[in-house]
Design a protein around this ligand. Structure first.
Ligand SMILES: [Zn+2]
Length: 262
C-alpha cells in the first residue's frame, strides 16, 4: 500500500491561479501539475498510490471555511481514496469553533504554511490553533525556507516544547532548503515528518541518513503535489538505500499509525 501523505488540491476554477502563485513564491520553480483533484487522482493512481492526504492553505482568514468545505466535499466524493486535512489561519475569528467544525466534517488534521500565511509559527497569536488541536488533530507545518525564518525548525522546536501533547508533523524533513538543520534538531525528538519536496535536492544516501536520524518510524512519503508527481517521487524514493521494511513504514504504515486508521 502507498499513501501520499502530502498533497495540495484546489477547486478546479482556481487551480491554475493557485499553482502559479506557489510557483512564483518559489522563484519560478517549475511545478509538475495544476493542482486539481482529478489530476492528482489520475497521476497518483497510475503510479500506484492508494490514498492521498489532501489539504489546502488559507492565505487569508476569510478562506478558512470555504477551504474546509471544499476538502470535506472532495473526501465525501472519494472516501476510498482521500483523507482530508483542514485549514486554519491565526487571524481567523473563531479558531475553536472552526476546529470543532473541522472534526465534525470528518477531517483528520490541520495544515499550516506560515510563509504563505504571513506569521511566525511560534507567534502567540497562533497558539489558539495548537491549543484547539492538541490531543485531537495533528498539525502539518510547512517547515523551513532559507529566505525567511517564519517557519524555521528552531521555531517548530519552540512549539513542540510548549505543546507536548500536540502531534506535530514538520514537512520536508522539518527544514525545507535547510535539511540538515531540521534533522539535527529533531533527532528522534517528538515530531513526525515527510520527505516531500526534498528528494530532488539531495543524494539518495543523504536522504536515507536524514530518515534514520529523525527515525524511520517518524517519516512519511509524500509528493507535495502539484509540485511533483507520484511517479517521479516514487522513482526518487526507490533509489534510497533502505530495507524493504523501512520502505513499508515510510510509504504507508507510518501514516496509518500517525493519523489513526485511514
Ligand atoms: Zn504543503
Amino acid at each position: 500500500m502507498i499513501i501520499d501523505a502530502h498533497a495540495h488540491i484546489f477547486p478546479d476554477k482556481i487551480a491554475e491561479k493557485a499553482s502559479d502563485g506557489i510557483s512564483a513564491f518559489y522563484d519560478g520553480m517549475k511545478m509538475d501539475s495544476r493542482g486539481t483533484l482529478g489530476e492528482l487522482l489520475k497521476k497518483g493512481s497510475e503510479a500506484g498510490v492508494d490514498r492521498f492526504i489532501v489539504q489546502s492553505v488559507a492565505t487569508v482568514p476569510a478562506q478558512v471555511p470555504s477551504i474546509n468545505d471544499f476538502i470535506a466535499k472532495s473526501v465525501k466524493e472519494h472516501p476510498d481514496k482521500l483523507t482530508g486535512f483542514g485549514a486554519l489561519h491565526p487571524d481567523f475569528e473563531d479558531i475553536y469553533g472552526e476546529t470543532e467544525r473541522i472534526i465534525s466534517l470528518g477531517l483528520r488534521g490541520i495544515k499550516l504554511h506560515s510563509d504563505f500565511q504571513g506569521f511566525d509559527i511560534d507567534d502567540e497569536k497562533a497558539f489558539p490553533i495548537y491549543e484547539a488541536a492538541e490531543g485531537r488533530l495533528p498539525v502539518l507545518f510547512h517547515v523551513g525556507d532559507n529566505r525567511s525564518d517564519r517557519s524555521s525548525p528552531e521555531r517548530l522546536l519552540n512549539i513542540v516544547k510548549r505543546f507536548p501533547k500536540l502531534t506535530v508533523i514538520g514537512a520536508h524533513f522539518a527544514g525545507w532548503s535547510m535539511w540538515d538543520r531540521g534533522a539535527e534538531l529533531f533527532d528522534h525528538n517528538g515530531i513526525y515528518t515527510d520527505c516531500s519536496s526534498s528528494l530532488y535536492a539531495m543524494a539518495p544516501e543523504h536522504a536515507a541518513e536524514l530518515i534514520r536520524k529523525i527515525g524511520v518510524h517518524r517519516v512519511m512519503w509524500g509528493t507535495d503535489y502539484p509540485m511533483w508527481n507520484a511517479k517521479e517521487e516514487l522513482e526518487r524514493f526507490s533509489k534510497l538505500p533502505l530495507s524493504d521494511r523501512e520502505r513499508e513504514l515510510i510509504l504507508s504504515e507510518n501514516a496509518r499509525r500517525i493519523l489513526g486508521e485511514i
